[in-house]
Design a protein around this ligand. Structure first.
Ligand SMILES: Cc1cc2nc3c(=O)[nH]c(=O)nc-3n(C[C@H](O)[C@H](O)[C@H](O)COP(=O)(O)OP(=O)(O)OC[C@H]3O[C@@H](n4cnc5c(N)ncnc54)[C@H](O)[C@@H]3O)c2cc1C
Length: 415
């Protein structure tokens, strides 16, 4: 075992109280073990991600919760890593202590993203939700409508982007806030998805209040601050294919137990075996093709993380996210074909395997749409990696007030 592992293990032995409460979680954060790969000024130890994983392993081996949340599976900690990126890049020391610490300790146990609006998805800079400074300068008052808000019904806080200036071009008039969700001015209405779940919502803001002290990076800088959160989201989504279903729940803190090699590709082997097609060279070829995509994407993700030191969204993260779409759709497509006519069923009790395959197939579109669509990732890659010319920008330089805009309408018909 490495010295990092041993040091963490020793610290756990000396400090674990046996109770997973706020005092314990603050103690972890004070020691830099809550997010060890973050810089010391951001509650970390400045470790590499591999070193942070050793810390996670030490916590897992000791069966002690709360350590190394920075390297836990992205699907479980996205609500920490996204605001975490914005706050570590642009938050003041006071904001980090007041807003970031409770996210790491899970005092604020879940966040959501109030970005998209009915008229602003791919063209996110066209948001119309407005934040107006109150007369006493203490608060901003929020009015508008958000949509597709994952976990909005359960979240304690949100990252919100809103328009603070209508008289400058669209990107320049946006500000970013950390907003408390539990308040009268925030109404959350669930949306039913094609899977049958209701994980995302419409959110209506009517004179909702956010302290001016929760403005991150200054007024009008929200687009720039948002890039840090979006970069973290794309990197995380790009790496989700590396962690298979079986490994996600493996450790106390969720550390993957096996290498990426034996995650979802293993599922494909199992699916081929169950369909009695493991000796079919065409099927074997397909499995290896998807597996190769996965391994190549692992390397792309590793490169994206090496770049992670600088602020903002890396085009490499877009490459990884796009590649993950291909992996998810390719794997689901193959599993679906192996099921044959059973794939027509969507019956959790009657045929759980067929249900899971159909469910995964539908959820694969999460990666292709959420966090910026595949087409938008291609635009980013073409412009920022390949240096191709940008598409037409009819609203460039035009004050947002004068730009033609979509009219927001509720999906649920509640409003
Ligand atoms: C599962 C899931 C979870 C989500 N969670 C959240 C969340 O928590 N918070 C949040 O704010 N949002 C969330 N979203 C919303 C998501 O970010 C948007 O759906 C996405 O950005 C696309 O916006 P849109 O739906 O308005 O589609 P549109 O922007 O209307 O796009 C429609 C189609 O046109 C294409 N298109 C648009 N512009 C271009 C262009 N310039 N070049 C080429 N093609 C283009 C798109 O690729 C797409 O195929 C979530 C979405 C999903 C699917």
């Amino acid at each position: 075992m490495s010295s990092i592992y041993n040091e963490a293990a020793e610290w756990i032995t000396d400090n674990w109280t046996g109770t997973d409460d706020l005092a314990w979680r603050n103690r972890i954060v004070d020691a830099g073990y809550g997010v060890p790969s973050w810089a010391p000024e951001n509650f970390g130890r400045g470790y590499t991600r591999d070193q942070a994983r050793e810390v996670l392993r030490a916590f897992d081996d000791a069966r002690v919760p709360g350590g190394a949340r920075d390297v836990a599976p992205f699907s479980e900690v996205s609500w920490l890593l996204l605001p975490g990126a914005a706050l570590t890049d642009y938050g003041t020391a006071e904001q980090k202590e007041r807003l970031l610490r409770p996210m790491i300790t899970r005092e604020w146990d879940l966040g959501c993203l109030l970005y998209s609006e009915p008229g602003a998805g791919s063209d996110l800079a066209s948001i119309q939700t407005t934040a107006e400074l109150s007369g006493d300068g203490e608060n901003y008052i929020l009015n508008g409508q958000k949509v597709w808000t994952t976990n909005g019904h359960r979240a304690t806080f949100a990252i919100l982007i809103a328009r603070t200036n209508w008289d400058v071009p669209k990107h320049a008039g946006i500000s970013l806030f950390i907003v408390p969700m539990q308040q009268d001015g925030v109404e959350v209405v669930p949306i039913r998805q094609m899977t049958g779940d209701s994980e995302f919502n419409e959110v209506f803001l009517t004179d909702a209040v956010v302290p001016a002290a929760n403005l991150i990076g200054g007024e009008g800088n929200g687009w720039k601050v948002l890039q840090s959160a979006l970069g973290a989201e794309r990197r995380g989504m790009g790496e989700m294919a590396q962690v298979g279903r079986d490994t996600v729940e493996s450790g106390e803190n969720g550390s993957p137990a096996s290498s990426p090699l034996f995650t979802r590709s293993d599922d494909l082997v199992e699916a081929a075996r169950a369909a009695d097609r493991l000796d079919d060279p065409v099927i074997v070829d397909e499995i290896m093709k998807i597996h190769t995509w996965r391994l190549t994407n692992d390397w792309t993700q590793a490169r994206a993380k090496m770049e992670n030191r600088s602020r903002g969204a890396s085009p490499l993260a877009s490459l990884g996210k796009l590649a993950n779409s291909r992996i998810l759709h390719g794997a689901s497509d193959l599993e679906y074909r192996l099921l044959g006519t059973r794939g027509l069923q969507y019956d959790k009790e009657g045929d759980p395997d067929a249900y899971r395959t159909s469910y995964d197939m539908m959820m694969g579109f999460f990666n292709s749409v959420g966090g910026g669509t595949d087409q938008i990732q291609r635009n980013i890659i073409s412009e920022r990696v390949l240096g191709l010319p940008r598409g037409a920008q009819p609203d460039k330089g035009v004050p947002f007030r004068d730009v033609r805009k979509a009219v927001n309408r509720s999906l649920s018909g509640e409003k």
